[in-house]
Design a protein around this ligand. Structure first.
Ligand code: PLP
Length: 451
């Protein structure tokens, strides 16, 4: 009974897979909000190094992973693929459940897969400081970790409510050498504008992005880095799916029938899915399911439209599923899934019907997390637990229909820094919250106008 499928160090992919080469219909370009015209490299140059801008728009199918980046990824990659025998047994399902475990990275999630690459290209371009935002702290800690390898300074704007609720993520960032500020701050115009309106603002990911972008745009030595959403970020995450494909073959599986990942900005889901999306486009029958919280339902209840990536309106306009850029997410515990928008590539493929989406409430998600921990042993991040809830439901459907499907999901991170959320769940203090339709409508009224 094979449980753990491991690759050799040398099997770490040498190239990233770029799905832009294989899209059935090209992606709508980002727009410059001032002119309404497609944003060119020069629009992005103040905040990103040129190599990453090139990757953002590239339509080359395979892009080389630099050796220096592979050297660092090798600290934890290739990551293991597990067969969830004990969860299958608990569910009495004929389905075969496999999960790719990204919690083995030192920061504990998939995010360093792109953070290392982004830090590397910045170092190459002469950047000395990288600014970023972080919600729950996963991205900030991944970037702080990566900057440490390349001697870069790292400034993190951390959503205030998380800064106060998740002190250990802040400690990790500081240990790896980053400076961390609770956002909104008094350091940027964006932060001061928000504070003038609401001195007690608890912050949001959109606000923190505005602050980090402004900091980079107004300082010559600094560039900005985003942990999800953008094409180059999703590209860097494809190592997950490329490895998983080899591992499934080693386990004697053909193609998976269902591929599942939780979605915040869409990067870990894209990472495990895109190499298999190519197979679907080539004719294989595969379902892709991005799983989001009912309290932040961009893919299932948002609108597919041009919107800003941040709250204040500094970024280019992206065509994506969005709840509106001033969407104020309720304080649910899956902090990493509270973004108002969704990666343009994931949005595009969902709009085309190649990928699908589901949403769940947080109580059923924590219930799934606990089932998983008690069978498979790993305590999942609350974000990842959204994927687990969906996997369990699909595995139970397989039982009903007596179908022996192969389900693959991405376990995007461990939950060891999120035990406070588990405590609140056990104490009965977590409640379900479905984002009201009327509020979404209101927020969507403020979408920027493009002709
Ligand atoms: C940040 C995060 C997510 C959500 O981000 P995506 O870009 O949608 O992948 C999911 N899981 C974990 C563990 C995270 O840290």
């Amino acid at each position: 009974m094979q449980t753990k499928i491991l690759l050799d160090e040398n099997d770490l992919p040498k190239k990233w897979y770029n799905i832009q080469a294989d899209l059935p219909k090209p992606l709508a370009p980002p727009l410059n909000p001032a002119t309404g015209k497609p944003a060119g490299p020069q629009d992005l140059a103040p905040i990103f190094p040129m190599e990453l801008i090139k990757q953002e728009v590239s339509t080359e199918r395979w892009i080389d992973i630099p050796e220096e980046v592979r050297d660092i990824l090798r600290l934890w990659r290739p990551s293991p693929l597990y067969r969830a025998h004990r969860l299958e047994k608990l569910l009495k399902t004929p389905a075969k459940i496999y999960y790719k475990y990204e919690g083995v990275s030192p920061p504990g999630s998939h995010k360093p897969n792109t953070a290392v690459a982004q830090a590397y290209y910045n170092m190459k371009a002469g950047t000395t400081r990288i600014t970023t935002e972080t919600g729950a702290g996963q991205w900030g800690s991944a970037l702080a970790f990566s900057c440490a390898f390349f001697g870069l300074k790292c400034t993190v704007y951390m959503v205030k409510v998380s800064y106060e609720q998740k002190p250990y993520r802040k400690s990790m960032m500081q240990t790896w050498g980053a400076e961390v500020f609770p956002s909104p701050t008094n350091k940027t115009n964006a932060g001061r504008t928000i504070l003038a309106k609401d001195p007690n603002s608890q912050g949001s990911l959109g606000i923190a992005i505005s602050e980090a972008v402004e900091d980079a745009a107004t300082h010559d030595d600094a560039k900005y880095s985003l942990g999800s959403v953008l094409n180059h970020v999703l590209l860097h995450q494809t190592v997950i799916g490329l490895e998983a494909k080899k591992q499934l073959q080693m386990a004697g599986e053909g193609h998976p029938d269902i591929v599942i990942g939780c979605v915040g900005g869409g990067s870990n889901y894209a990472g495990i899915s895109f190499p298999f999306v190519k197979d679907k486009l080539d004719g294989h029958d595969i379902d892709f399911i991005g799983v989001e919280p009912k309290s932040c339902p961009s893919l299932t209840k948002g609108e597919f439209a041009y919107d800003f990536g941040d709250t204040v309106g500094l970024t280019p306009l992206l065509k994506m599923f969005t709840l509106g850029h001033d969407f104020m997410p309720p304080g649910i515990h899956a902090g990493g899934l509270r973004y108002h928008g969704m990666a343009p590539l994931v949005s595009h493929l969902t709009e085309l019907g190649v990928m699908n989406a589901e949403s769940y409430n947080q109580l059923e998600v924590f219930d799934a997390a606990v089932k998983f921990a008690r069978t498979e042993g790993i305590i999942p991040a609350p974000e990842s637990a959204h994927a687990i809830k969906s996997v369990i439901d699909h595995a139970l459907e397989c039982k009903k229909k007596k179908e022996e499907k192969t389900i693959l999901f991405n376990l995007s991170g461990h939950g060891l820094i999120d035990l406070g959320s588990y405590d609140r769940y056990f104490e009965g203090k977590l409640t379900d919250y479905e984002y009201p339709k009327e509020k979404i409508k209101e927020s969507l009224k403020k979408l920027p106008k493009v002709c």
